[in-house]
Design a protein around this ligand. Sequence first.
Ligand SMILES: NC(=O)c1ccc[n+]([C@@H]2O[C@H](COP(=O)([O-])OP(=O)(O)OC[C@H]3O[C@@H](n4cnc5c(N)ncnc54)[C@H](OP(=O)(O)O)[C@@H]3O)[C@@H](O)[C@H]2O)c1
Length: 274
Amino acid sequence: MTNKIAIITGASSGIGKAYAEHLASLGYDLILVARRENLLKDLSDKLSSKHKINAAFIAADLSEHDGVMQVKTYLKKGIDPDVFIHAAGYGTRGFFYEVNEDLLERQVYLMTVAGTVLTRTVLPAMVEKKEGIIIFVSSVAAFISTAQYPVYSAVKTYANTFITGLRDELAATNIKVQSVCPGVTRTEFMHTEQYKEKNFDYSFVPAKYWQEPEDVIKESWERLTKKYKPVIVTGKYNRFMVGMLKAPFIGNLILKRISRNIRKRIKKGLPVEI
Ligand SMILES: NC(=O)c1ccc[n+]([C@@H]2O[C@H](COP(=O)([O-])OP(=O)(O)OC[C@H]3O[C@@H](n4cnc5c(N)ncnc54)[C@H](OP(=O)(O)O)[C@@H]3O)[C@@H](O)[C@H]2O)c1
C-alpha cells in the first residue's frame, strides 16, 4: 500500500461502506472488514478502479475472538493504518430476557471488545507518528436507556466513554478520536432477521430525524477539524433532541417522564414504541 491507509469495520454496508467510499475518494488505501466476503470484494474492486487506490479486504466475524485475531494478524505484518473506523454493529431490540443470548453476547463483544482490541493494535504506531484518526460509530441511544434496547444503549455509552478518555490521553499528539452518534439512518440496520421476525418498525420516527449514511459520515469527517469534540451527534434534529436530554433540570425531567410512561405501558401490557 502506497497511500495513507484506512481500516474500516462494518464496511460491507451502511455507514461503514459510506466511510469507505468517502476515504477512497480522498485517496486513502483501504482495508475493509466485515463478514460478507462477496460484498467486500465488490466494493474493493469498485473503489480501487474508480479512485486508483489499493483496497484489500478481510472477511472476519468480529463478534468472536478468532475474527479479531485474524485482523490483528493481518496488521502485524507491518501495516500501520492512519485511520481506524469501527462501524461494525447491530441492534438487538426487544425485551432483554427474551432476546437470543448468543446475539446479545456477540453484540457486546463486537461493539466493545473488538473495537477496543483493534484500537490497541493500531494506536501505538499512530502515537509514534503523533498523527492518526480513530472513529467509533456510536448512537443517540447512548443518551437514553430504556426498555427494548438496554444492551444497545450500554455498548454505545461504552464507545462515548472510551473515546472521551482517549482524547485526553492523546492531547500531546495530532491524533483525533471521535465517537459519532447518529440517529435513525437509512442502512441495513433494521433489515435483520431479528427486526423482521418481531415486526419492529421505526416508521413512527418523524422523517426529519432520518439521515442518509453519506450525511452522517460527511458531518463526522468535517467535525474532525471543525469544532473538534470527542463525542458528536449528527443531524440538527438529533442534536436538538440530545441537547434537551442533556440540559440541566429539563433533561432529567424528560428522561424521567419517558421512563415513567414506558413503565406504565408495560404494567398495562401495552406495546412499547421506542
Ligand atoms: N442505522 C441506524 O439507524 C443507526 C443509528 C445509530 C447508530 N448506528 C450504528 O451504525 C453502525 C453501522 O450500522 P449501519 O446502520 O451502517 O447498519 P448496517 O448497514 O447493517 O451495517 C452494519 C455493518 O456491520 C457489519 N457487521 C455486523 N456484524 C458483524 C460481525 N459479527 N463481524 C463483522 N462485521 C459485522 C455488517 O457486515 P456483515 O453483515 O457483512 O458482517 C455491516 O457491514 C452500527 O454500530 C450501528 O449501531 C446505526
